[in-house]
Design a protein around this ligand. Sequence first.
Ligand SMILES: [Zn+2]
Ligand SMILES: [Zn+2]
Length: 298
Amino acid sequence: MTPARKNISAFEIMGDYWSLLIVRELMYGASSWSAFSAVISIPPSTLSNRLAKLVAAGCVVKSEQPKRAKGTYKLTEAGKGLFPILIVAREWQLRWDLRPGAFVSPWVHECGAPLHCKTTCMACYGEVLSQDILFKGEALAHEHGGTLNHRTSNKINVDLRTSNAKIAKITIFLGDQKALKVMDALLRGYNRFDHIQKWTGLHPAVLSARLRKLQLLDLCVTRLYQDLPDRFLYITSDAGKELIGLIVQLMEWDAGAKGAGSARALLHHKPCSHALKVALICRACEGHITYENTSVNL
Ligand SMILES: [Zn+2]
Ligand SMILES: [Zn+2]
């Protein structure tokens, strides 16, 4: 039986480093503890905790098997709905992190081409660009689930699919919910420290750390707008602007979870002035990309 989707946001699910890696492995067809721990260097208690959270979120079901104490896990429809988020994240990685050794999932579209996607507006078929998005009803647009109780792992090389500890930049970013939240604020046009702090609700020290992290990942740059005391504007870089597709896909999943396009109505596409509903399109054949019409060659 598939449990109902709980009121948990995609930002909370994917904004956890471990859950992100587990979901990725589930997409590849992994279903057992041994399969997860073969490629993720994850402590058993953490694995157990994250699988339980994914089950509670309605993204994963566990089948009890009497002979195998730990059972097997598979994605629910809601879990499969996280696929576009992983794919836009992967696309960003392919484009903006060229260091060798950082792992990128080898997905192939049904047309036979290695997967390259673009996020397009379903009303006008235009590619979704950050400057073309209008965020409406700011205060309500995004309910940050409040809890944020996952500790970000300080360990490197926990993703054994990477070589030489080169964890993909997108994984370092996406798997840190607080960094994600700060980037979301920047993409909405909040550029001053106090404004970002107010919108995200993060402690100033935590916000400073995440802004530094975003700069190290080349996602934002600073510009001095006042001196004595020095005050900076935080401006998204070109690489940062391209994360809009990821933010939109996260919001799409939340809209699907809540039904009736609740969050979707808050995003508008300026070129066609429609409420934004997006499709993930293959750059090779212009066909839609879904979990079902792609395959992975590991
Ligand atoms: Zn449009
Ligand atoms: Zn294609």
